[in-house]
Structures are given as structure tokens and as C-alpha cells.
Design a protein around this ligand. Structure first.
Ligand SMILES: Cc1cc2nc3c(=O)[nH]c(=O)nc-3n(C[C@H](O)[C@H](O)[C@H](O)COP(=O)(O)O)c2cc1C
Length: 192
């Protein structure tokens, strides 16, 4: 681990969900580890359709977790350990589906359970098709997250992988990592 970098000694859980922007999360891991952070990646089943756990494992040099019902990892309540040790949880990309599940208190996989169980700040980077993003239910779910003390960054406007143009692009990795640093240095704690 690098010493004297701005994130040295920080444990960051990076949740990756099943959106096309998942490939950009590889760069997020690289940037966070370059700053000295210890990054623990948790992927939804959907996310593993886009990027392999092996890629995140090699980049983070930590075991990547995808499954809550894992006899080895859960022998000591691994999901609670992850939730407790995180200084910050970043969910990037955050799908419409994942946002909905957290907004409704649904804990039906490892990542949603860890997010529900943590007292750490949680930052979501939504990414989806513009029409999905503008869907009123999605907007209500994002508002619910904010009302309950969860933080968001983006999405940005631009060309989308689906061929549409508009709001829905995940913020660029550099901007997300800058936000992570800002939130970790902030004296204002999330109230949840
Ligand atoms: C090619 C492809 C790209 C997708 N991109 C997105 C996306 O960018 N954002 C999103 O919210 N859902 C996207 N989806 C849909 C999600 O994968 C789907 O809702 C899934 O259930 C999400 O599961 P998760 O939230 O557990 O990862 C995409 C699906 C496919 C097949």
C-alpha cells in the first residue's frame, strides 16, 4: 500500500451494479488504490455480466465478493464486517434497479445488505438511459435516498451507450474519486 497518499488507511467498499458503465469502475479502483485506499469490491450478479470479478480482484488486490450465501466468507458474518469496516461505500455505477432496492429497504443480495447494514457514508453514482433516469419512479427513489442521508454524484449529460443523448451518463472516474476524497475529509457526517 502507498504511504502518504490522501486515502492511505481508508477502507472503501466499491459496489458495482449491472450497468454498461461498470467497465469505468475498473478505472475508479485504479485511481483509489493509487491514492492509497484499500478497496473492497462487491458486485451484484448483474455486474458480473459486464466485467469479471477477476479484473476487479487483480486491480484491488482484495477478494471480490458477489454472493451473500458464501460459506467461507460468511463464517464470521462477512457482510456485517464489510459494512462495519467501510469508511465509505461507493456504488458506481448505480443502476435504477439497485437504487430502487436500497430506497425500499430491500436486502436481497450481498451489496444491498451491506449498504443497509452500514453506518458509513454511502455515495451513489447513478448511470442509466435518459428515459429511465427521467422516469418519475426513479426520480422519487433518488429523492428518497437523499432524504435518508445517502449522497449522489451525477449523472452527467452526453452521449449514452444505448444510442440516446441526455442525462444518464455516469460521472467520470476522476470526478467520482475527487468526490470520495471530499466526502471523507468532510466534517459533516451522514445522518441515517
Ligand atoms: C446491455 C445492458 C446494459 C444495461 N445498462 C444499464 C444501465 O446503464 N443502467 C441501468 O440502470 N440498468 C442497465 N441495464 C439493466 C440492468 O442490468 C438490470 O436492471 C439488472 O436487473 C440490474 O441488476 P443490479 O441492479 O442487481 O445490478 C442494462 C442491461 C443490459 C442488458
Amino acid at each position: 500500500m502507498k504511504k502518504n497518499s490522501s486515502l492511505t488507511g481508508k477502507n472503501i467498499v466499491l459496489g458495482v451494479t449491472g450497468g454498461i458503465a461498470a467497465y469505468k469502475s475498473c478505472e475508479i479502483v485504479r485511481l483509489l488504490t493509487a491514492e492509497g485506499a484499500d478497496v473492497h469490491v462487491v458486485m451484484t450478479r448483474g455486474a458480473t455480466q459486464f466485467v469479471t470479478p477477476m479484473t476487479f480482484q487483480a486491480l484491488s488486490r482484495n477478494t471480490v465478493r458477489t454472493d451473500i450465501f458464501n460459506l467461507t466468507e460468511e463464517s464470521e458474518m462477512g457482510h456485517i464486517q464489510l459494512a462495519d469496516k467501510a469508511d465509505l461505500i461507493l456504488v458506481a455505477p448505480a443502476t435504477a434497479d439497485f437504487i430502487a432496492r436500497v430506497a425500499h429497504g430491500i436486502c436481497d443480495d450481498l451489496l444491498s445488505t451491506v449498504v443497509c447494514a452500514t453506518k458509513a457514508p454511502v455515495l451513489f453514482a447513478p448511470a442509466m438511459n435518459v428515459n429511465m433516469y427521467e422516469n418519475k419512479i426513479v426520480q422519487e427513489n433518488i429523492a428518497t435516498l437523499k432524504r435518508h442521508g445517502y449522497m449522489t454524484i451525477g449523472p452527467a449529460t452526453g452521449d449514452l451507450a444505448c444510442g440516446w443523448e441526455g442525462m444518464g451518463r455516469m460521472e467520470e472516474p476522476e470526478a467520482i474519486v475527487a468526490e470520495v476524497k471530499k466526502r471523507l475529509m468532510s466534517k459533516i457526517k451522514a445522518v441515517r
